[in-house]
Design a protein around this ligand. Structure first.
Ligand code: OXT
Ligand code: ADP
Ligand code: MG
Length: 578
C-alpha cells in the first residue's frame, strides 16, 4: 500500500475527505479522453474493473478469448482513429492479447492493451505469484511503447502517454501494465481529478515541407505512365475528400491495396485494380500514399515491376519508411491529409492529365479482365465454386455499399478481394500486413459496435476456426453480423490425402461439417447453402433482418489452390525436386 493511499485511508476513517481509487481513476481517465468502449475478457485482477466501467457508461464487450478482443480493439483503432482498448488479465490473458498487439503495431493501427499484472515485488524476486510474469518486458519488443503505472496519482499521465503514443506519428500498439494493487489504491478525490489529463491534439497534423511537395509534383508531372497506389494508411487518415479530389484532378490511374479499396469506388473510371500486373509493370512513376513497399508490393523490385526504369514518390508519416526497400526520389513526410491537401494546392491550374495512350491502355486491360471474369460470377453450380458464391456476395455489397466486409482465408480472401467491389472508404477490413488468420470475428464485432453498420464476414472454414467461438459473443450482443463460411472441407482445398497412415491429411477437416449449427446453438440464425441462389436468399435475409446469422456455404473441395494467390511463397523441398 503506498504512502498516499495509507494517509487517504486514515483521513477517510476520520470522515473528512472525499476519496477516489485506482478503479475510478482509470475509468475517469478513459472517459475524459473519449475512450468509451473496452474489448476484453474478465478475471483476476480486472473483473470488478469491468463491472465498474460498465456501470460508469463505458461499453464493455466481453469476449471468449483475448486474442479476438485484441483484434477487435486493433480494428476499432483503424476505423475510428482513436486507440482501441483491449483489457486482459495477467500472464495467460496478457499473452493471448499479445498477438493482436503485435498485429496492431505491424499494421499501424492505434491500440492500447491494458493488462492487469501481478505484484512487482513478487515478480521481480520470482517468488511465484498468481500468474506471475514480467509482462512489461515481454510486451516491449512487440509494440510502439510500453508503460507501467504503480501509483494512483500517475494514472492520468500513464493513460495520456499511452494514448499519445498510440495515435501520434505512425500509429501502433501500446502496452499499459497495471499491477493488481494499483486498482485499490486510494487517494484524495480532488487531487485525483486534477491528476487526470485530457490529451490535447493527440495526433498533431504533420505538415510536409513545401520543397517536398514541389519535388513530388514535378516528378508526377514528368511521368508518361503514372500510377497512384492507395494503401490502408490513406484509408486510416480519413482524408477521403482530399484524396478523391487529388486523384481525379491528377487524372492518374490508381491501384488500391486491399484495405485501401473504396477510397474511390472500385468501379471508378481511373481504378486499375483489375489491371494490377499491367500497371505495376508498365508504369514509369509510382506515387505511394499510405502504402509500404513490403512483400505485398514485391518490395518495389523484381519481375512484378518489369524492366522499365521507375521513379517512386512516397507519402508517409514515418520518415524512416523512405528508401526502406528501394530509392524514393520524392519523399513526402507528413500526415496524409496535410500532404494531399498541399499537393492539391500545389497543382497548376493547367495541370494536364497523363497521356491518353497510357490511361487508355490501363482502362482496356481492366475492362478485358472484368469482362473475362463476368460469366464465371454468374454460374449457379452445385457444389458451388468460389466465383459463383462470390458473384452473389458482390451484388449484396453493391446493393448495400455502407455494409462492412470482413474477409479472411486464402482462396476465400484472394478471390473475394478481386471480385467484391467496394464503394466507400474503410468498408473492407482483412488479414492485413501479416496475412493473419483469426481476425474475423473480432473484426466483425468491432465493426458492428463502432459503426452501427451491418457486417458481412466472408470466411474460409480454416480462417473462421481461429475465432469461431466468438459466434456466441455475436449472438449475445445481438450484433448485425452475417458470417458466410466458405466450407471447402479444409485449408486451401479439402482433397488432400495422407498416404502414410490413417490420420487425415494435415490440410483437411471433417467433411460435410455444418458450421451453421454453431450459430443455432446460441439462438442465432443458421443456414446451409448449397447453391448461389440459396446463398443469395440467406445473405439478403440476414442483411435485411440484422439478426446474427451464420451461413455454411458449401464449396467444391477441389475448387481452391494451395495458398490462394501466394502459392509462390511456399518453400519447395530441394529433395522433392530431385
Ligand atoms: O493483373 P492480373 O492479370 O495479374 O490480374 C490480377 C488483377 O488484375 C485481377 N483482378 C480482377 N479481374 C477482374 N475483375 C476484377 N474486379 C479484378 N480485380 C482484380 O485479378 C488478378 C489478381 O488480383 P490481385 O489479387 O489484386 O493481385 P495479386 O497478384 O494476388 O496481388 C498480390 C498480393 C500479394 C497483393 C495479394 O495476393 C494479396 O494481398 N495477398 C494477401 C495474401 C494473404 O495475406 N493471405 C493470407 C495468408 S495465406 C496462409 O498463410 C494461410 N494460413 C496459414 C496461417 C496464417 N496465415 N495465420 C495464422 C495465424 N496461422 C496460419 C492458413 C491456416 S491461409 C490459411 C487458411 C486457408 O484456408 P481457408 O479455409 O481459410 O481458406 P480457403 O483457401 O478458401 O480454403
Ligand atoms: P497497405 O498494406 O495497404 O499497403 P501499409 O500498412 O503497408 O498499407 O502502409 C500504411 C502506411 O501508412 C504506413 O507506412 C504508415 O506509416 C502510413 N500511415 C498511417 N497513417 C498515416 C497518416 N495519417 N498519414 C500518413 N501516413 C500514414
Ligand atoms: Mg477452406
Amino acid at each position: 500500500m503506498s504512502a498516499t493511499a495509507q494517509s487517504a485511508e486514515t483521513k477517510v476513517s476520520a470522515g473528512e475527505e472525499e476519496l477516489t481509487d485506482g478503479f475510478n481513476l482509470i475509468i475517469d481517465a478513459l472517459k475524459l479522453n473519449g475512450l468509451d468502449t473496452i474489448y476484453g475478457v474478465p478475471g483476476i485482477p480486472i473483473t470488478d474493473f469491468g463491472r465498474m466501467a460498465q456501470a460508469a457508461g463505458i461499453r464493455v464487450i466481453s469476449f471468449r478469448h483475448e486474442q479476438n478482443a485484441g483484434y477487435a480493439a486493433s480494428i476499432a483503432g483503424f476505423l475510428t482513429k482513436k486507440p482501441g482498448i483491449c483489457l486482459t488479465v495477467s500472464a495467460p490473458g496478457f499473452l493471448n492479447g499479445l498477438t493482436a498487439l503485435a498485429h496492431a503495431t505491424t499494421n499501424c493501427f492505434p491500440m492500447i492493451l491494458i493488462s492487469g499484472s501481478s505484484e512487482r515485488e513478487i515478480v521481480d524476486l520470482q517468488q511465484g505469484d498468481y500468474e506471475e510474469m514480467d509482462q512489461l518486458a515481454i510486451a516491449k519488443p512487440l509494440c510502439k511503447a510500453a508503460y507501467r503505472v504503480l501509483h494512483a496519482q500517475d494514472i492520468g499521465i500513464g493513460i495520456a502517454r499511452a494514448i499519445r503514443s498510440a495515435v501520434s506519428g505512425r500509429p501502433g500498439g501500446v502496452y499499459l501494465d497495471l499491477p493488481a494493487k494499483l486498482f485499490g489504491q486510494v487517494m484524495n478525490a480532488e487531487a485525483g481529478r486534477k491528476s487526470l489529463v485530457k490529451v490535447i491534439d493527440p495526433a498533431p497534423a504533420q505538415i510536409p515541407a513545401p520543397d517536398s511537395i514541389k519535388r513530388a509534383l514535378d516528378v508526377l508531372k514528368s511521368a508518361k505512365k503514372p500510377l497512384i497506389i492507395l494503401g490502408k494508411g490513406a484509408a486510416y487518415a480519413q482524408a477521403d475528400d482530399a484524396i478523391r479530389t487529388f486523384v481525379e484532378k491528377s487524372g492518374v490511374p490508381f491501384l488500391p491495396m486491399s484495405m485501401g479499396k473504396g477510397l474511390l469506388p472500385d468501379t471508378h473510371p481511373l481504378c486499375a485494380g483489375a489491371a494490377r500486373s499491367t500497371v505495376l509493370k508498365d508504369s514509369d512513376v509510382v506515387m505511394l500514399i499510405g502504402a509500404r513497399l513490403n512483400w505485398l508490393l514485391s518490395h518495389g523490385k523484381g519481375k512484378t515491376w518489369g524492366d522499365a526504369p521507375k521513379k517512386f514518390i512516397q507519402i508517409d508519416i514515418e520518415p524512416r519508411e523512405m528508401d526502406s526497400n528501394i530509392e524514393i526520389v520524392a519523399p513526402v513526410v507528413g500526415d496524409i491529409g496535410s500532404c494531399v491537401t498541399a499537393l492539391l494546392n500545389g497543382m497548376d491550374t493547367n495541370w494536364t492529365a497523363p497521356p491518353a495512350d497510357w490511361t487508355g491502355a490501363v482502362a482496356k486491360k481492366r475492362d478485358e479482365n472484368v469482362a473475362k471474369m463476368a460469366p464465371r460470377l454468374m454460374n449457379n453450380n452445385n457444389p458451388m465454386d468460389y466465383h459463383g458464391a462470390l458473384g452473389v456476395l458482390r451484388t449484396v455489397i453493391k446493393e448495400r455499399p455502407d455494409a462492412i466486409l470482413v474477409n479472411e482465408g486464402a482462396n476465400t480472401l484472394d478471390l473475394a478481394r478481386g471480385i467484391i467491389d467496394i464503394y466507400q472508404p474503410r468498408k473492407r477490413i482483412d488479414v492485413g500486413t501479416w496475412g493473419v488468420m483469426g481476425i474475423g470475428m473480432g473484426y466483425a464485432i468491432a465493426a458492428a459496435i463502432e459503426t452501427g453498420k451491418p457486417v458481412l464476414a466472408v470466411e474460409g472454414d480454416s480462417a473462421f476456426g481461429f475465432s469461431g467461438m466468438e459466434v456466441e459473443t455475436i449472438a449475445r450482443y445481438k450484433l448485425p453480423v452475417c458470417i458466410v463460411i466458405f466450407n471447402n472441407d479444409g485449408i486451401y482445398r479439402g482433397t488432400d490425402v495422407n498416404k502414410a497412415n490413417d490420420d487425415p491429411a494435415t490440410t483437411v477437416f471433417v467433411k460435410g461439417s455444418r458450421y451453421d449449427k454453431m450459430m443455432e446453438a446460441f439462438g442465432g440464425v443458421g443456414v446451409n447453402a448449397t447453391t448461389p441462389d440459396e446463398l443469395r436468399r440467406a445473405v439478403n435475409a440476414a442483411m435485411d433482418s440484422g439478426k446474427p446469422t451464420l451461413i455454411n456455404a458449401v464449396i467444391d473441395p477441389a475448387a481452391g489452390s494451395e495458398s490462394g494467390r501466394i502459392g509462390n511463397l511456399n518453400p519447395q523441398s530441394a529433395l522433392k525436386k530431385k
